[in-house]
Design a binder for this molecule. Structure first.
Ligand SMILES: NC(=O)c1ccc[n+]([C@@H]2O[C@H](COP(=O)([O-])OP(=O)(O)OC[C@H]3O[C@@H](n4cnc5c(N)ncnc54)[C@H](O)[C@@H]3O)[C@@H](O)[C@H]2O)c1
Ligand SMILES: [Zn+2]
Length: 363
């Protein structure tokens, strides 16, 4: 699989997806930044899995934070930044973000702000990070008031994804990536959606060749959406398909439901909503459900969550962002419903939303 280049207004970078490419990490880093000091930022879990590589590499410094979303904070950003300065690293330093989306966002934000910005390499080690968070240039941290509230656009110098590292990924994290990949097909590419369903068993068995092929397609879809967003304002919002409901499910469940599972449930619930509003073709929700099931993704909302409670969570989420309630809805598989020139559709009928949530399994 050849490397390919992503170019958008923020910058351009090469994405490499290949089994075994991690063996080339030291050489790639040397080629990108000859003779410059390079610091690795990772988390404890990935750090332990990669201990040998990290011990052997040409790294000026290896910094690790505890694994998990709770490390994506301004406090960790501060501690990492201070550790780099304490080690005497100046603005000719580069950073390697080695880990899942949490590490990519946090290390990317450190890179975005360190000495007013230094380059960084994304080395995603989760499926979600490979197909989603390492592409598009968004970096940042959470605050107690919400996720990703503080951040910067800072595209990586390159992305290096090795599907072999996914062998050790816990199943729930594999599902997180699969849910976003399913979304990529649903929002832009019916053929991709169909092929994903056909390859479900191979992907779930983590067949490196299948993973490579589909990661590449997903990255290209996300990149195309991000690039178009710059010309055709607001296109990026299609990446929120399923996510309005998903965020509400995550909140209402106290984050017991993982992001990927919530996205799968959200894609189904939002397909029901689109159908009931007459925006989608009949039978869409059924087809979405069948496809997600093949990928072992959940398609019913948790029965112990009340539909009204979910609706309130959605309203609150939008209010915080100062927006009306809009959804990125499908018209058909691979085709978005449009509202004039906009990529999201306002839904003012609260009862239609609550009804769709109940149809999808909420109490
Ligand atoms: N910047 C963006 O555009 C963007 C897009 C989507 C999501 N995100 C962010 O991504 C984050 C979620 O990313 P994530 O799902 O990768 O979570 P994560 O980074 O927390 O990783 C999940 C878990 O898997 C472990 N792990 C990572 N690689 C592993 C491997 N190869 N083998 C075994 N375990 C491994 C991690 O240590 C962690 O415990 C969120 O913070 C989210 O906001 C950002
Ligand atoms: Zn998501």
């Amino acid at each position: 699989m050849p490397d390919f280049r992503i170019a958008h207004a923020l910058g351009s970078y090469t994405v490499t997806v290949r089994a075994g490419v991690l063996d080339e990490l030291p050489a790639r880093v040397e080629a990108l930044w000859p003779g410059r000091p390079v610091a690795v930022i990772t988390d404890d879990m990935v750090g332990a899995l990669m201990a040998d590589r990290l011990a052997a590499g040409p790294w000026a410094l290896v910094l690790s934070v505890p694994a998990g979303e709770s490390s994506k904070t301004r406090g960790r950003w501060e501690a990492l930044t201070d550790a780099l300065f304490s080690a005497g690293l100046t603005r000719d330093t580069a950073i390697v973000a080695l880990g899942g989306g949490m590490v990519g966002d946090l290390a990317g934000f450190v890179a975005a702000t360190y000495a007013r910005g230094i380059p960084f390499l994304q080395v995603p080690t989760t499926l979600l990070a490979m197909v989603d968070s390492s592409v598009g240039g968004k970096t940042g941290v959470d605050t107690p008031l919400g996720k990703n509230l503080v951040g910067a656009f800072h595209p990586p110098a390159a992305v290096l994804a090795d599907p072999l590292v996914l062998q050790s990924l816990p199943p729930q994290h594999l599902r997180c990536g699969l849910a976003e990949m399913a979304k990529h097909g649903l929002i832009t590419d019916a053929a991709y959606w169909t092929e994903l369903g056909s390859a479900a068993a191979a992907l779930l068995a983590r067949d490196p060749e299948s993973l490579t092929r589909f990661i590449v397609r997903s990255v290209q879809i996300k990149a195309a959406v991000v690039v178009e967003d710059e010309r055709e304002n607001g296109r990026r919002a299609v990446l929120n398909a399923g996510h309005t409901v998903a965020h509400a499910v995550e909140h209402a469940s106290g984050f017991r439901v993982s992001h990927g599972d919530a996205v799968a449930m959200g894609l189904v619930a939002e397909a029901h909503l689109a159908e009931s509003l007459g925006l989608a073709v009949t039978g869409l929700a059924e087809r979405v459900t069948a496809g997600l099931k093949r990928l072992s993704l959940p398609t019913r909302l948790p029965v112990d969550i009340d539909a009204n409670q979910l609706f309130e969570a959605m309203r609150l989420d939008k209010k915080r962002a100062g927006n009306e309630l809009r959804f990125a809805l499908l018209h058909d598989i691979g085709v978005m419903a449009r509202d004039a020139d906009r990529w999201t559709v306002p839904v003012r009928d609260a009862s239609a939303i609550v009804h769709a949530l109940r149809t999808s399994g909420a109490a």
